[in-house]
Design a protein around this ligand. Structure first.
Ligand code: HEC
Ligand code: HEC
Ligand code: HEC
Ligand code: HEC
Ligand code: HEC
Ligand code: HEC
Ligand code: HEC
Ligand code: HEC
Length: 450
C-alpha cells in the first residue's frame, strides 16, 4: 500500500509535464491543426494554408471538410500553375492561378472531364457569340448579359497584363465558361468550392440555378411533380452524401434531376453528359429527335424502370410524344411558316426584335412552348396546361394570327382552314367537335413507336 503511495506524486508530476508540453504544441500549431490530421499535405499547400487561414478562415474550413483534404489534395495541387499559363501570377514565391479549369481537374478526374467536355453543357458559352446574344447584348445592354446570360452560359474569361482576371468577365461560374487556358466549362458550376460535396451536386437546387424561369422551368416543374414531392418528403432517405449512388441500391424513395439525367443504375454508370438520355430536343423552336434517339430513350427508361413497370413507362412516353407532336404540328410549324411568309413579303425586316410580331413569335416558342414541353417531359401538369398550352393558344390565335393578318391580309388563311384550327371560324356542331377529336387521336395518338 504505502509503496504505491510513494510512486503517486511521481506519476502525477509526469502526467502534468506531458500535459504542459503537449499543450504548448497545440498552442503553437493551432492553425496547422485546423487542417486534416490524416493526410500528408505538400509543403507548398501548408504555406498557402498558414497565410490564408488568417485571411479567409471560412474558405479553409470548407476545404478542410472535403474529400480532397482527406486525400491530401490542397490549395497548391489545384491552384498551382505554370508560368506559361495566361492567367498565372507570382504570389508570395509561388506561381498560381485563380481559375481551376476542367483541364486542371482532369489531371485527376479524366473520365468526368472527358464526358463533360463532350456535352452541350461545355458548349453553352458558344451562344454568346451567336445571333441569340443580340437580345442580351444589344437590345438590352452588356451589363445585363454579363450578370445575366453569362452567369448561366459562361463568359469568355479575360486576363489583364498583371495576370489578373478582368471584372467584366469574372467572377463567372457559367457552365460553358471559356477559360484562359482555352478549355471550356466550369466544373464549379455544380461542384461548389471548397467542400466539393457530392450531396450538393446531386441536389435539384444545384441545377435550378440555371434550369428555371419562364423559358426553361425544369426546377419548377420538378417541384410540382410527384417526383419532387416524394423527394422533399423523403430527403433523409436519399443518401445524398453516399460515395456510391446507384438508384435502387443506395436510395429508392425518389429521383432527382441528377438521378434521371446523370445517375447510375445497376445497368449503366453515371455520366457527365446529360444529353446521352434525351430522345427529343424540346428547347428548339420546333422540337426534333436527337441523334440515336432510340438508344438514348432506352438509357432514360432504364432509370425509370428501377421504380416503375414497363407498361407504365411506355405509356408515359406515348403521352409525352403525342404532346410534343401536338405542339410542333398545331402551333410551332404554322407559326414559323407565317413568320417566313411575312419576311419573304418584306413585311418583317431582317433586324431582329424591332417589330412587335417578332416578340410574339419569340415568346410563343421560347417561353410558352418550352414551358408546355418541359411540363410534358417531367410530369408538371400546370406547366403543360396553364403556363403552357393555354398561353400558346392565346399567343397563336389572339396575337400572332391577328398581327400577321394586319401586316399581310390572307397570310394565315390556308393554315386556319385546317381541321384543328376550324373552331376559330365560329360555333361547331356536336358532330363537328367529335370529328376534330377523332382527328387528333389519329394524328397525335399512339403511333406504335417507342
Ligand atoms: C503570405 C500570405 C500568403 C500566402 C503564403 C499565400 N497567399 Fe494567397 N493570397 C494572400 C492574400 C493577402 C491574397 C489577396 C490579395 C492578392 O490577391 O494578392 C491572396 C489571394 C489569393 C488568391 C486569389 C487571387 C485573386 O486574384 O483573386 C488565390 C487563388 C490564392 N491567394 C491562392 C494561394 C495559394 C494556392 C497559395 C499557396 C501556393 C497562396 N495563396 C499563398 C496571401 C497569401
Ligand atoms: C479541388 C481543387 C481546389 C482546391 C483543393 C482548392 N481550390 Fe481554391 N478554388 C477552386 C475552384 C474551382 C475555384 C473557383 C475558381 C474558378 O472559377 O475556377 C477556387 C477559388 C479560389 C479562390 C478565389 C475565389 C474566392 O472565393 O475568393 C481562392 C482565394 C482560393 N480558391 C483559395 C484556395 C485555398 C487557399 C485553398 C487551400 C485551402 C484552395 N483554394 C483549395 C478549386 C480548388
Ligand atoms: C491532384 C488531384 C486532384 C485534383 C486536381 C482534383 N481532384 Fe477531385 N478528388 C481527388 C481525390 C484524390 C479525391 C478523393 C477520392 C475520390 O473520390 O476519387 C477527389 C474527390 C472529388 C470529388 C468527390 C468528393 C466527395 O465528397 O466524395 C469531387 C466532386 C471532385 N473531386 C471534384 C473535383 C473538381 C471539380 C476538381 C477541379 C476543380 C478536382 N476535383 C480537382 C483528386 C483531385
Ligand atoms: C438562369 C440561367 C440562364 C440565363 C440567365 C440565360 N440562359 Fe440561355 N439557357 C439556359 C438553360 C438552362 C438552357 C437550356 C434550356 C433547355 O434545355 O430547356 C438555355 C438555352 C439557351 C439557348 C439554346 C441553346 C441550344 O443548344 O439550343 C440559347 C441560344 C441561349 N440559352 C441563349 C441565352 C442568351 C443569349 C441569354 C441572355 C439574353 C440567356 N440564354 C440567358 C440558362 C440561362
Ligand atoms: C451539371 C452538373 C455537373 C458538372 C458541370 C460537373 N459535375 Fe461532377 N458530378 C455531378 C453530379 C450530379 C455527380 C454525382 C453523380 C452520382 O453520384 O450519381 C458528380 C460526380 C462527380 C465526381 C464523382 C466523385 C466520386 O468519387 O464518385 C467527380 C470526380 C466529378 N463529378 C468531377 C467533375 C469534374 C472534374 C467536372 C468538370 C470537368 C464536373 N464534375 C462537372 C454534377 C456535375
Ligand atoms: C450554371 C448553369 C447550369 C447548371 C448549374 C446546370 N445546367 Fe444544364 N444546361 C445549362 C445550359 C446553359 C444548357 C444549354 C446548353 C446549350 O445547349 O447551349 C443546359 C443543358 C442541359 C441539358 C440538355 C443537354 C442536351 O444535350 O441537350 C440537360 C439535360 C441539363 N442541362 C441538365 C442539367 C442537370 C441535371 C443539372 C444539375 C445536375 C444541370 N443541368 C445544371 C446550364 C446549366
Ligand atoms: C424522373 C426523371 C426526371 C427528373 C427527376 C428530371 N428530369 Fe429532366 N427530363 C426527363 C425526361 C424523361 C426528359 C425528356 C427526355 C426525352 O426527350 O427523351 C427530360 C428533359 C429535360 C431537359 C431537356 C430539355 C431540352 O431542351 O431538350 C432538361 C434540360 C431537363 N430535363 C432538366 C432537368 C432538371 C434541371 C431537373 C431537376 C430540376 C430534371 N430535369 C428532373 C426526366 C427527368
Ligand atoms: C427512384 C424512383 C423513381 C424513378 C427513378 C422514377 N420514378 Fe416516377 N414516380 C416515383 C414515385 C415515388 C412516384 C409517386 C407515385 C405515386 O404517387 O403513387 C412516381 C410517379 C410517377 C408518375 C405519376 C405522376 C403523377 O402525377 O401521378 C409517372 C407518370 C412517372 N412517375 C413516370 C416516371 C418516368 C417516365 C421516369 C423515368 C424518366 C420515372 N418516373 C422515374 C418514383 C420514381
Amino acid at each position: 500500500m504505502s509503496k504505491k503511495l510513494i510512486y503517486l506524486p511521481i506519476i502525477v508530476l509526469i502526467a502534468i509535464l506531458v500535459l504542459i508540453t503537449s499543450g504548448c504544441k497545440v498552442g503553437k500549431n493551432k492553425e496547422l491543426n485546423l487542417y486534416t490530421s490524416r493526410a500528408i499535405l505538400t509543403k507548398e499547400t501548408k504555406t498557402c494554408i498558414e497565410c490564408h487561414t488568417k485571411k479567409q478562415p471560412s474558405l479553409i474550413k470548407s476545404w478542410q471538410k472535403s474529400a480532397h483534404a482527406e486525400s491530401g489534395v490542397g490549395c497548391y495541387e489545384c491552384h498551382g500553375a505554370n508560368e506559361s499559363d495566361p492567367d498565372a501570377f507570382e504570389h508570395f514565391g509561388f506561381t498560381v492561378a485563380v481559375i481551376v479549369s476542367p483541364n486542371d481537374c482532369s489531371r485527376c478526374h479524366s473520365t468526368e472531364a472527358a464526358q463533360f467536355l463532350a456535352s452541350h453543357h461545355a458548349k453553352a458559352g458558344e451562344v454568346l457569340g451567336s445571333l441569340d446574344n443580340y437580345l442580351g447584348e444589344v437590345v438590352e445592354g452588356i451589363s445585363a448579359s454579363v450578370s445575366g446570360c453569362q452567369q448561366c452560359h459562361g463568359s469568355k474569361v479575360e486576363v489583364d497584363e498583371k495576370g489578373h482576371l478582368k471584372a467584366e468577365t469574372w467572377p463567372n461560374f457559367g457552365i460553358g465558361r471559356i477559360n484562359p487556358d482555352g478549355s471550356s466549362g466550369a466544373c464549379s458550376a455544380c461542384h461548389s468550392r471548397h467542400d466539393f460535396t457530392l450531396a450538393q451536386a446531386r441536389s435539384p437546387e444545384t441545377c435550378g440555378k440555371c434550369h428555371m424561369g419562364p423559358d426553361h422551368p425544369q426546377k419548377e416543374v420538378f417541384e410540382e411533380s410527384k417526383h419532387g414531392i416524394a423527394y422533399r418528403t423523403h430527403i433523409e432517405e436519399m443518401n445524398l452524401d453516399s460515395p456510391t449512388w446507384v438508384v435502387g441500391r443506395d436510395y429508392s424513395a425518389a429521383p432527382t434531376c441528377a438521378t434521371c439525367h446523370a445517375g447510375a443504375t445497376e445497368n449503366q454508370s453515371r455520366t457527365h453528359d446529360p444529353g446521352t438520355r434525351l430522345s427529343w430536343n424540346i428547347r428548339a423552336p420546333i422540337s426534333f429527335k436527337t441523334e440515336n434517339s432510340k438508344q438514348k430513350r432506352l438509357a432514360m427508361k432504364d432509370v425509370c424502370l428501377t421504380c416503375h413497370n414497363p407498361n407504365y413507362v411506355d405509356n408515359f412516353y406515348k403521352q409525352y410524344d403525342s404532346g410534343v407532336e401536338l405542339y410542333n404540328e398545331k402551333f410551332a410549324k404554322p407559326a414559323k411558316l407565317i413568320m417566313d411568309r411575312l419576311k419573304k413579303a418584306g413585311k418583317v425586316d431582317p433586324t431582329p426584335f424591332n417589330e412587335k410580331i417578332e416578340w410574339t413569335y419569340f415568346e410563343l416558342w421560347h417561353h410558352e412552348g418550352r414551358r408546355a414541353r418541359n411540363g410534358l417531359a417531367m410530369l408538371g401538369p400546370d406547366y403543360t396546361q396553364w403556363h403552357g398550352f393555354y398561353d400558346i393558344a392565346e399567343k397563336f390565335y389572339i396575337e400572332l394570327v391577328k398581327e400577321a393578318e394586319e401586316l399581310l391580309p390572307g397570310v394565315t388563311k390556308d393554315i386556319l382552314a385546317r381541321t384543328e384550327h376550324k373552331w376559330l371560324e365560329g360555333k361547331m356542331t356536336a358532330e363537328e367537335r367529335k370529328k376534330v377529336i377523332d382527328y387528333y387521336s389519329k394524328r397525335y395518338g399512339d403511333k406504335g413507336e417507342d
